[in-house]
Design a protein around this ligand. Structure first.
Ligand SMILES: [Zn+2]
Length: 499
Protein backbone atom coordinates (compact mmCIF):
# COMPACT_ATOMS: atom_id res chain seq x y z
CA UNK A 1 0.00 0.00 0.00
CA UNK A 2 1.25 3.42 -0.87
CA UNK A 3 0.30 5.96 1.72
CA UNK A 4 0.21 9.67 1.91
CA UNK A 5 -0.22 11.50 5.19
CA UNK A 6 -1.52 14.98 5.05
CA UNK A 7 -1.51 17.45 7.91
CA UNK A 8 -1.60 15.02 10.76
CA UNK A 9 -2.52 16.69 14.02
CA UNK A 10 -1.38 20.24 13.75
CA UNK A 11 1.50 19.76 11.43
CA UNK A 12 0.89 21.14 8.00
CA UNK A 13 3.41 18.88 6.40
CA UNK A 14 2.31 16.05 4.28
CA UNK A 15 4.39 13.03 4.09
CA UNK A 16 4.72 10.59 1.31
CA UNK A 17 5.56 7.15 2.47
CA UNK A 18 6.97 4.59 0.18
CA UNK A 19 6.56 1.28 1.96
CA UNK A 20 9.18 -0.36 -0.21
CA UNK A 21 11.95 1.92 0.88
CA UNK A 22 10.24 2.36 4.25
CA UNK A 23 11.32 5.95 4.36
CA UNK A 24 9.24 9.00 5.02
CA UNK A 25 10.11 12.17 3.31
CA UNK A 26 8.29 15.44 3.43
CA UNK A 27 7.37 16.86 0.06
CA UNK A 28 5.66 20.02 0.90
CA UNK A 29 4.92 22.13 3.88
CA UNK A 30 2.93 25.04 2.72
CA UNK A 31 -0.73 25.71 3.33
CA UNK A 32 -0.94 29.42 3.75
CA UNK A 33 -3.08 30.57 0.92
CA UNK A 34 -6.69 29.74 0.28
CA UNK A 35 -6.90 30.23 -3.45
CA UNK A 36 -6.60 27.09 -5.46
CA UNK A 37 -4.17 27.98 -8.21
CA UNK A 38 -1.68 29.43 -5.82
CA UNK A 39 -2.00 26.61 -3.33
CA UNK A 40 1.07 24.79 -4.27
CA UNK A 41 0.55 22.02 -1.76
CA UNK A 42 -2.82 21.05 -3.08
CA UNK A 43 -1.60 21.14 -6.66
CA UNK A 44 1.18 18.79 -5.74
CA UNK A 45 -1.27 16.53 -4.00
CA UNK A 46 -3.31 16.27 -7.20
CA UNK A 47 -0.15 15.77 -9.22
CA UNK A 48 1.03 12.92 -7.00
CA UNK A 49 -2.43 11.38 -7.00
CA UNK A 50 -2.51 11.36 -10.79
CA UNK A 51 0.93 9.81 -10.95
CA UNK A 52 -0.28 7.04 -8.66
CA UNK A 53 2.22 7.86 -5.95
CA UNK A 54 -0.24 6.81 -3.26
CA UNK A 55 -3.53 4.98 -2.98
CA UNK A 56 -4.52 5.97 0.54
CA UNK A 57 -4.49 9.46 1.94
CA UNK A 58 -4.36 10.06 5.68
CA UNK A 59 -5.50 13.48 6.67
CA UNK A 60 -6.24 14.94 10.07
CA UNK A 61 -9.61 16.50 9.28
CA UNK A 62 -11.77 17.75 6.45
CA UNK A 63 -10.91 21.39 6.96
CA UNK A 64 -7.24 20.52 6.98
CA UNK A 65 -7.52 19.17 3.46
CA UNK A 66 -9.44 22.17 2.22
CA UNK A 67 -11.89 24.66 3.62
CA UNK A 68 -13.23 25.42 0.21
CA UNK A 69 -16.37 23.55 -0.89
CA UNK A 70 -15.44 23.67 -4.56
CA UNK A 71 -11.98 22.32 -3.99
CA UNK A 72 -13.42 19.64 -1.82
CA UNK A 73 -15.77 18.54 -4.60
CA UNK A 74 -12.96 18.45 -7.15
CA UNK A 75 -10.82 16.35 -4.80
CA UNK A 76 -13.68 13.99 -4.05
CA UNK A 77 -14.22 13.49 -7.74
CA UNK A 78 -10.55 12.84 -8.44
CA UNK A 79 -10.05 10.46 -5.54
CA UNK A 80 -13.12 8.51 -6.52
CA UNK A 81 -11.95 8.22 -10.11
CA UNK A 82 -8.41 7.28 -9.13
CA UNK A 83 -9.62 4.81 -6.50
CA UNK A 84 -7.88 6.60 -3.66
CA UNK A 85 -9.18 6.08 -0.13
CA UNK A 86 -9.19 9.02 2.22
CA UNK A 87 -8.86 8.33 5.95
CA UNK A 88 -9.59 11.09 8.44
CA UNK A 89 -7.58 10.77 11.63
CA UNK A 90 -9.20 13.24 14.00
CA UNK A 91 -11.34 11.31 16.51
CA UNK A 92 -14.98 11.48 15.48
CA UNK A 93 -14.11 12.69 12.01
CA UNK A 94 -15.47 10.64 9.17
CA UNK A 95 -16.95 11.15 5.77
CA UNK A 96 -20.26 12.21 7.24
CA UNK A 97 -18.88 14.93 9.46
CA UNK A 98 -18.67 17.11 6.44
CA UNK A 99 -21.67 19.09 5.42
CA UNK A 100 -24.28 16.38 4.96
CA UNK A 101 -26.08 18.18 2.19
CA UNK A 102 -22.97 18.58 0.09
CA UNK A 103 -22.16 14.92 0.59
CA UNK A 104 -25.56 13.81 -0.58
CA UNK A 105 -25.51 16.15 -3.52
CA UNK A 106 -22.15 14.90 -4.61
CA UNK A 107 -23.03 11.25 -4.17
CA UNK A 108 -25.83 11.84 -6.64
CA UNK A 109 -23.40 13.23 -9.15
CA UNK A 110 -20.93 10.40 -8.67
CA UNK A 111 -23.48 7.89 -9.83
CA UNK A 112 -22.93 9.29 -13.27
CA UNK A 113 -19.19 8.65 -13.53
CA UNK A 114 -19.67 5.53 -15.64
CA UNK A 115 -21.85 7.50 -17.95
CA UNK A 116 -19.15 10.09 -18.39
CA UNK A 117 -16.90 7.44 -19.90
CA UNK A 118 -19.60 6.14 -22.20
CA UNK A 119 -20.49 9.63 -23.32
CA UNK A 120 -16.93 10.56 -24.15
CA UNK A 121 -16.51 7.47 -26.33
CA UNK A 122 -19.76 7.82 -28.21
CA UNK A 123 -19.75 11.59 -28.41
CA UNK A 124 -18.90 11.97 -32.09
CA UNK A 125 -21.36 9.45 -33.54
CA UNK A 126 -23.92 10.81 -31.17
CA UNK A 127 -23.73 14.36 -32.43
CA UNK A 128 -24.85 13.55 -35.97
CA UNK A 129 -27.66 11.28 -34.88
CA UNK A 130 -28.71 13.60 -32.12
CA UNK A 131 -29.34 16.27 -34.71
CA UNK A 132 -31.63 13.93 -36.63
CA UNK A 133 -33.51 12.69 -33.58
CA UNK A 134 -34.03 16.18 -32.23
CA UNK A 135 -35.64 17.01 -35.56
CA UNK A 136 -37.94 13.98 -35.29
CA UNK A 137 -36.07 12.12 -38.04
CA UNK A 138 -35.11 8.45 -37.98
CA UNK A 139 -31.36 8.03 -37.49
CA UNK A 140 -31.02 4.87 -39.59
CA UNK A 141 -31.37 1.11 -39.33
CA UNK A 142 -34.57 -0.94 -39.35
CA UNK A 143 -37.60 0.71 -37.72
CA UNK A 144 -38.96 -0.58 -34.40
CA UNK A 145 -41.70 -3.21 -34.72
CA UNK A 146 -44.98 -1.35 -35.13
CA UNK A 147 -43.61 1.28 -37.52
CA UNK A 148 -42.50 1.58 -41.10
CA UNK A 149 -40.01 3.93 -42.67
CA UNK A 150 -41.31 6.93 -44.53
CA UNK A 151 -38.59 8.16 -46.85
CA UNK A 152 -38.63 11.87 -47.55
CA UNK A 153 -36.36 14.07 -49.67
CA UNK A 154 -32.66 14.50 -48.85
CA UNK A 155 -32.52 11.44 -46.63
CA UNK A 156 -35.10 12.86 -44.27
CA UNK A 157 -36.58 9.58 -43.09
CA UNK A 158 -39.43 9.60 -40.60
CA UNK A 159 -41.44 6.84 -38.90
CA UNK A 160 -45.05 5.98 -39.62
CA UNK A 161 -47.35 3.66 -37.66
CA UNK A 162 -48.03 0.30 -39.29
CA UNK A 163 -51.64 -0.42 -38.36
CA UNK A 164 -51.42 -4.22 -38.24
CA UNK A 165 -48.21 -4.32 -36.24
CA UNK A 166 -49.46 -1.57 -33.92
CA UNK A 167 -52.49 -3.70 -33.05
CA UNK A 168 -50.18 -6.56 -32.06
CA UNK A 169 -48.03 -4.21 -29.98
CA UNK A 170 -51.13 -3.04 -28.12
CA UNK A 171 -52.17 -6.61 -27.52
CA UNK A 172 -48.74 -7.45 -26.11
CA UNK A 173 -48.95 -4.57 -23.63
CA UNK A 174 -52.47 -5.55 -22.59
CA UNK A 175 -51.53 -9.19 -22.12
CA UNK A 176 -48.63 -8.13 -19.95
CA UNK A 177 -50.93 -5.94 -17.87
CA UNK A 178 -53.26 -8.85 -17.36
CA UNK A 179 -50.45 -10.84 -15.78
CA UNK A 180 -49.07 -12.86 -18.68
CA UNK A 181 -45.33 -13.48 -18.61
CA UNK A 182 -43.23 -12.67 -21.71
CA UNK A 183 -42.99 -16.41 -22.33
CA UNK A 184 -46.75 -16.88 -22.31
CA UNK A 185 -47.21 -13.78 -24.47
CA UNK A 186 -44.74 -15.08 -27.05
CA UNK A 187 -46.68 -18.35 -27.25
CA UNK A 188 -50.05 -16.64 -27.51
CA UNK A 189 -48.92 -14.25 -30.24
CA UNK A 190 -47.23 -17.01 -32.25
CA UNK A 191 -50.41 -19.03 -32.07
CA UNK A 192 -52.80 -16.20 -32.83
CA UNK A 193 -50.86 -14.63 -35.70
CA UNK A 194 -49.21 -17.52 -37.58
CA UNK A 195 -48.82 -15.33 -40.68
CA UNK A 196 -46.61 -13.05 -38.61
CA UNK A 197 -44.15 -15.71 -37.58
CA UNK A 198 -41.24 -14.30 -39.52
CA UNK A 199 -40.82 -12.14 -36.42
CA UNK A 200 -39.90 -15.26 -34.42
CA UNK A 201 -41.50 -14.10 -31.20
CA UNK A 202 -39.29 -14.90 -28.24
CA UNK A 203 -39.14 -13.97 -24.58
CA UNK A 204 -36.54 -11.36 -25.45
CA UNK A 205 -38.45 -9.80 -28.31
CA UNK A 206 -41.51 -9.46 -26.07
CA UNK A 207 -39.37 -7.96 -23.32
CA UNK A 208 -37.85 -5.46 -25.68
CA UNK A 209 -41.28 -4.43 -26.95
CA UNK A 210 -42.67 -3.71 -23.50
CA UNK A 211 -39.53 -1.67 -22.73
CA UNK A 212 -39.43 0.38 -25.91
CA UNK A 213 -40.32 4.02 -25.39
CA UNK A 214 -40.86 4.42 -29.13
CA UNK A 215 -44.45 3.28 -28.61
CA UNK A 216 -45.18 6.45 -26.65
CA UNK A 217 -44.52 8.35 -29.87
CA UNK A 218 -40.85 9.21 -29.43
CA UNK A 219 -37.99 8.48 -31.73
CA UNK A 220 -35.45 6.85 -29.45
CA UNK A 221 -31.84 6.27 -30.31
CA UNK A 222 -28.86 4.85 -28.45
CA UNK A 223 -30.91 2.44 -26.41
CA UNK A 224 -28.09 -0.01 -26.74
CA UNK A 225 -24.48 0.71 -27.49
CA UNK A 226 -24.44 -1.77 -30.37
CA UNK A 227 -22.19 -4.79 -30.74
CA UNK A 228 -19.05 -2.93 -29.76
CA UNK A 229 -20.47 -1.44 -26.64
CA UNK A 230 -23.41 -3.53 -25.50
CA UNK A 231 -23.78 -1.63 -22.25
CA UNK A 232 -27.21 -0.09 -22.12
CA UNK A 233 -27.18 3.68 -22.08
CA UNK A 234 -29.32 4.98 -19.29
CA UNK A 235 -30.10 8.19 -21.12
CA UNK A 236 -30.92 7.52 -24.75
CA UNK A 237 -31.53 10.41 -27.12
CA UNK A 238 -35.21 11.08 -27.54
CA UNK A 239 -37.17 13.18 -29.97
CA UNK A 240 -40.09 15.24 -28.81
CA UNK A 241 -43.38 13.39 -28.70
CA UNK A 242 -44.92 12.77 -32.13
CA UNK A 243 -48.60 12.41 -31.33
CA UNK A 244 -49.57 10.52 -34.47
CA UNK A 245 -46.90 7.92 -33.69
CA UNK A 246 -48.29 7.09 -30.26
CA UNK A 247 -49.32 3.43 -30.03
CA UNK A 248 -49.33 3.09 -26.24
CA UNK A 249 -50.75 5.66 -23.82
CA UNK A 250 -48.67 7.05 -20.96
CA UNK A 251 -51.05 5.46 -18.54
CA UNK A 252 -50.52 1.93 -19.87
CA UNK A 253 -46.78 2.54 -20.08
CA UNK A 254 -46.66 3.56 -16.41
CA UNK A 255 -48.68 0.51 -15.36
CA UNK A 256 -46.34 -1.79 -17.27
CA UNK A 257 -43.36 -0.08 -15.70
CA UNK A 258 -44.84 -0.62 -12.25
CA UNK A 259 -45.26 -4.36 -12.83
CA UNK A 260 -41.78 -4.70 -14.30
CA UNK A 261 -40.14 -3.07 -11.30
CA UNK A 262 -42.30 -5.14 -8.96
CA UNK A 263 -41.11 -8.36 -10.62
CA UNK A 264 -37.52 -7.16 -10.57
CA UNK A 265 -37.71 -6.81 -6.78
CA UNK A 266 -39.94 -9.80 -6.20
CA UNK A 267 -39.49 -12.25 -9.11
CA UNK A 268 -42.13 -14.69 -7.88
CA UNK A 269 -44.77 -12.08 -7.23
CA UNK A 270 -46.98 -13.25 -10.09
CA UNK A 271 -46.06 -16.93 -10.25
CA UNK A 272 -46.49 -17.81 -6.59
CA UNK A 273 -49.15 -20.47 -5.95
CA UNK A 274 -50.11 -18.44 -2.87
CA UNK A 275 -52.61 -15.96 -4.27
CA UNK A 276 -52.77 -13.85 -1.11
CA UNK A 277 -49.05 -13.76 -0.36
CA UNK A 278 -47.85 -10.29 0.74
CA UNK A 279 -51.44 -9.17 1.32
CA UNK A 280 -52.46 -11.24 4.34
CA UNK A 281 -51.62 -9.65 7.68
CA UNK A 282 -51.98 -11.16 11.16
CA UNK A 283 -54.73 -9.33 13.03
CA UNK A 284 -53.03 -9.95 16.37
CA UNK A 285 -49.48 -8.81 15.77
CA UNK A 286 -49.62 -7.00 12.41
CA UNK A 287 -46.97 -9.16 10.74
CA UNK A 288 -47.37 -10.45 7.20
CA UNK A 289 -48.40 -14.08 7.13
CA UNK A 290 -45.90 -16.62 5.82
CA UNK A 291 -46.71 -19.37 3.34
CA UNK A 292 -45.91 -23.05 3.47
CA UNK A 293 -46.38 -25.74 0.90
CA UNK A 294 -46.58 -29.06 2.70
CA UNK A 295 -45.99 -31.13 -0.40
CA UNK A 296 -48.08 -33.17 -2.78
CA UNK A 297 -51.54 -34.13 -1.58
CA UNK A 298 -51.15 -32.07 1.56
CA UNK A 299 -52.58 -28.69 2.35
CA UNK A 300 -50.96 -25.38 1.57
CA UNK A 301 -51.16 -23.03 4.54
CA UNK A 302 -50.65 -19.44 5.63
CA UNK A 303 -49.30 -18.95 9.14
CA UNK A 304 -48.00 -16.28 11.48
CA UNK A 305 -44.44 -16.98 12.59
CA UNK A 306 -44.48 -14.50 15.43
CA UNK A 307 -42.63 -15.72 18.54
CA UNK A 308 -45.74 -16.77 20.48
CA UNK A 309 -45.66 -20.26 19.05
CA UNK A 310 -44.98 -20.83 15.43
CA UNK A 311 -47.90 -22.98 14.41
CA UNK A 312 -50.48 -21.41 16.66
CA UNK A 313 -52.10 -19.57 13.85
CA UNK A 314 -52.40 -21.58 10.68
CA UNK A 315 -54.97 -21.21 7.90
CA UNK A 316 -55.89 -23.49 5.03
CA UNK A 317 -54.70 -21.57 1.96
CA UNK A 318 -57.23 -22.80 -0.57
CA UNK A 319 -60.15 -22.08 1.70
CA UNK A 320 -59.16 -18.52 2.54
CA UNK A 321 -58.21 -17.73 -1.07
CA UNK A 322 -61.59 -18.80 -2.38
CA UNK A 323 -63.36 -16.90 0.33
CA UNK A 324 -61.51 -13.65 -0.22
CA UNK A 325 -61.45 -13.71 -4.00
CA UNK A 326 -65.16 -14.31 -4.19
CA UNK A 327 -65.63 -11.44 -1.77
CA UNK A 328 -63.54 -9.12 -3.95
CA UNK A 329 -65.37 -10.27 -7.06
CA UNK A 330 -68.65 -9.50 -5.37
CA UNK A 331 -67.52 -6.02 -4.47
CA UNK A 332 -66.29 -5.29 -7.98
CA UNK A 333 -69.54 -6.50 -9.54
CA UNK A 334 -71.35 -4.38 -7.01
CA UNK A 335 -69.20 -1.43 -7.94
CA UNK A 336 -69.95 -1.79 -11.62
CA UNK A 337 -73.67 -2.13 -11.10
CA UNK A 338 -74.22 1.16 -9.34
CA UNK A 339 -73.52 4.74 -10.43
CA UNK A 340 -72.84 5.77 -6.84
CA UNK A 341 -70.06 3.20 -6.47
CA UNK A 342 -68.54 4.40 -9.68
CA UNK A 343 -68.28 7.84 -8.15
CA UNK A 344 -66.44 6.44 -5.14
CA UNK A 345 -64.09 4.57 -7.39
CA UNK A 346 -63.46 7.65 -9.50
CA UNK A 347 -62.92 9.88 -6.46
CA UNK A 348 -60.33 7.46 -5.15
CA UNK A 349 -58.59 7.67 -8.50
CA UNK A 350 -58.67 11.49 -8.43
CA UNK A 351 -57.14 11.45 -4.97
CA UNK A 352 -54.37 9.14 -6.13
CA UNK A 353 -53.69 11.36 -9.12
CA UNK A 354 -53.40 14.43 -6.89
CA UNK A 355 -50.99 12.60 -4.61
CA UNK A 356 -48.87 11.69 -7.62
CA UNK A 357 -48.74 15.29 -8.82
CA UNK A 358 -47.81 16.44 -5.31
CA UNK A 359 -44.95 13.97 -5.23
CA UNK A 360 -43.75 15.06 -8.65
CA UNK A 361 -43.74 18.70 -7.55
CA UNK A 362 -41.65 17.83 -4.54
CA UNK A 363 -39.23 15.88 -6.72
CA UNK A 364 -39.02 18.84 -9.04
CA UNK A 365 -38.02 21.16 -6.21
CA UNK A 366 -35.29 18.76 -5.14
CA UNK A 367 -34.04 18.38 -8.68
CA UNK A 368 -34.01 22.12 -9.11
CA UNK A 369 -31.90 22.59 -5.98
CA UNK A 370 -29.48 20.02 -7.35
CA UNK A 371 -29.48 21.81 -10.67
CA UNK A 372 -28.63 25.15 -9.07
CA UNK A 373 -25.74 23.55 -7.19
CA UNK A 374 -24.34 22.00 -10.36
CA UNK A 375 -24.58 25.32 -12.20
CA UNK A 376 -22.78 27.13 -9.36
CA UNK A 377 -20.11 24.44 -9.33
CA UNK A 378 -19.72 24.67 -13.07
CA UNK A 379 -19.26 28.44 -12.94
CA UNK A 380 -16.58 28.05 -10.31
CA UNK A 381 -14.84 25.43 -12.36
CA UNK A 382 -14.90 27.59 -15.46
CA UNK A 383 -13.52 30.50 -13.49
CA UNK A 384 -10.63 28.38 -12.24
CA UNK A 385 -9.88 27.16 -15.74
CA UNK A 386 -10.01 30.68 -17.09
CA UNK A 387 -7.63 31.97 -14.44
CA UNK A 388 -5.23 29.12 -14.99
CA UNK A 389 -5.13 29.63 -18.75
CA UNK A 390 -4.69 33.38 -18.25
CA UNK A 391 -1.52 32.83 -16.25
CA UNK A 392 -0.10 30.85 -19.15
CA UNK A 393 1.87 33.85 -20.39
CA UNK A 394 3.53 34.51 -17.08
CA UNK A 395 4.37 30.99 -16.05
CA UNK A 396 6.12 28.42 -18.13
CA UNK A 397 3.56 25.63 -18.03
CA UNK A 398 6.10 23.14 -19.26
CA UNK A 399 8.09 23.71 -16.11
CA UNK A 400 5.19 23.75 -13.75
CA UNK A 401 3.75 20.33 -14.37
CA UNK A 402 1.49 20.52 -11.39
CA UNK A 403 -0.33 23.44 -12.98
CA UNK A 404 -0.81 21.36 -16.09
CA UNK A 405 -2.24 18.44 -14.21
CA UNK A 406 -4.50 20.72 -12.24
CA UNK A 407 -5.83 22.29 -15.42
CA UNK A 408 -6.35 18.85 -16.88
CA UNK A 409 -8.22 17.70 -13.78
CA UNK A 410 -10.35 20.79 -13.79
CA UNK A 411 -11.29 20.26 -17.43
CA UNK A 412 -12.24 16.68 -16.73
CA UNK A 413 -14.23 17.75 -13.70
CA UNK A 414 -15.95 20.32 -15.87
CA UNK A 415 -17.14 17.74 -18.40
CA UNK A 416 -18.30 15.59 -15.51
CA UNK A 417 -20.37 18.52 -14.26
CA UNK A 418 -21.68 19.27 -17.76
CA UNK A 419 -22.96 15.74 -18.13
CA UNK A 420 -24.60 15.96 -14.75
CA UNK A 421 -26.21 19.20 -15.79
CA UNK A 422 -27.57 17.50 -18.89
CA UNK A 423 -28.86 14.54 -16.91
CA UNK A 424 -30.66 16.76 -14.42
CA UNK A 425 -32.13 18.79 -17.26
CA UNK A 426 -33.51 15.62 -18.79
CA UNK A 427 -34.94 14.55 -15.44
CA UNK A 428 -36.59 17.94 -15.06
CA UNK A 429 -38.01 17.59 -18.54
CA UNK A 430 -39.41 14.14 -17.79
CA UNK A 431 -40.82 15.40 -14.51
CA UNK A 432 -42.61 18.26 -16.29
CA UNK A 433 -43.92 15.81 -18.86
CA UNK A 434 -45.36 13.57 -16.16
CA UNK A 435 -46.92 16.55 -14.42
CA UNK A 436 -48.72 17.41 -17.63
CA UNK A 437 -50.40 14.00 -17.77
CA UNK A 438 -54.09 14.82 -17.61
CA UNK A 439 -56.61 13.47 -15.20
CA UNK A 440 -58.78 10.95 -17.05
CA UNK A 441 -62.36 12.12 -17.38
CA UNK A 442 -65.12 10.25 -15.61
CA UNK A 443 -66.45 8.94 -18.91
CA UNK A 444 -63.12 7.58 -20.04
CA UNK A 445 -62.56 6.09 -16.63
CA UNK A 446 -65.81 4.18 -16.90
CA UNK A 447 -64.76 2.84 -20.28
CA UNK A 448 -61.48 1.66 -18.84
CA UNK A 449 -63.07 -0.22 -15.96
CA UNK A 450 -65.48 -1.91 -18.29
CA UNK A 451 -62.64 -2.91 -20.54
CA UNK A 452 -60.66 -4.30 -17.60
CA UNK A 453 -63.53 -6.43 -16.37
CA UNK A 454 -64.19 -7.73 -19.87
CA UNK A 455 -60.55 -8.70 -20.02
CA UNK A 456 -60.98 -10.58 -16.75
CA UNK A 457 -63.95 -12.43 -18.19
CA UNK A 458 -62.18 -13.46 -21.37
CA UNK A 459 -59.10 -14.57 -19.51
CA UNK A 460 -60.92 -16.62 -16.94
CA UNK A 461 -62.89 -18.38 -19.63
CA UNK A 462 -60.29 -18.98 -22.29
CA UNK A 463 -56.98 -19.45 -20.59
CA UNK A 464 -55.63 -21.99 -18.20
CA UNK A 465 -55.70 -21.44 -14.48
CA UNK A 466 -52.08 -20.36 -14.18
CA UNK A 467 -52.73 -17.23 -16.20
CA UNK A 468 -55.89 -16.65 -14.25
CA UNK A 469 -53.87 -16.77 -11.03
CA UNK A 470 -51.40 -14.24 -12.37
CA UNK A 471 -54.26 -11.99 -13.30
CA UNK A 472 -55.71 -12.27 -9.80
CA UNK A 473 -52.33 -11.20 -8.38
CA UNK A 474 -52.40 -8.08 -10.55
CA UNK A 475 -55.99 -7.39 -9.62
CA UNK A 476 -55.05 -7.61 -5.93
CA UNK A 477 -52.06 -5.36 -6.51
CA UNK A 478 -54.24 -2.72 -8.13
CA UNK A 479 -57.10 -2.82 -5.66
CA UNK A 480 -56.03 -4.16 -2.26
CA UNK A 481 -53.74 -2.66 0.34
CA UNK A 482 -53.94 -5.49 2.84
CA UNK A 483 -56.21 -8.16 4.22
CA UNK A 484 -56.28 -8.45 7.99
CA UNK A 485 -57.18 -11.82 9.42
CA UNK A 486 -57.53 -12.71 13.09
CA UNK A 487 -57.25 -15.99 15.00
CA UNK A 488 -61.00 -16.48 14.88
CA UNK A 489 -60.83 -15.98 11.11
CA UNK A 490 -62.41 -12.56 11.02
CA UNK A 491 -61.47 -10.99 7.71
CA UNK A 492 -61.13 -7.29 6.94
CA UNK A 493 -60.17 -6.13 3.45
CA UNK A 494 -58.39 -2.75 3.31
CA UNK A 495 -58.75 -1.13 -0.08
CA UNK A 496 -58.80 2.35 -1.52
CA UNK A 497 -61.79 1.44 -3.62
CA UNK A 498 -64.14 -0.36 -1.33
CA UNK A 499 -64.62 -0.86 2.36
ZN1 LIG B 1 -49.30 -12.84 14.58
Amino acid sequence: MKIKELALENRVTFIYEDTESASKKPISSNFEDDSFSSRKGLNELIFDAKLGKFDTLFVYSHDRLTRNVHESLLLKYLFKKLNIDVVYCRPGEDLNTQNQKINEFFDHLLNNIAQLEANLIGARVKLGNEYKIKNNLWAGGPPPYGYKLNKGPKGRTTLKVSAIEAAIVKEIFNLYLSGCSPKIIAELIREKYPENNDRKWTVNSIKSIISNESYLGYIVWNKKGGARNPVKHTNPIKSSKITENEIISNEIWEEVKKIKSLIRNNPKFLSTPFLLKDFLVCGDCGKKLKCKNNGKGKKRVYYCDNDKGKWDFCIDAKEIEEKIISKINERITDLLSDEKHYDEFYNAYVKKHEEKIGLLKKQREELYEEYKSVIAELENCEKEIFELTQTKHDVDMEKDKTQYVLLDSLKEFKSFLCINKEIIEKKLERNAEKQREPLISKEKFKEKINKDTKLLDSISKKLDSNIYKRYIRILLLNTIEKIIITHDKNVEIISLYFS
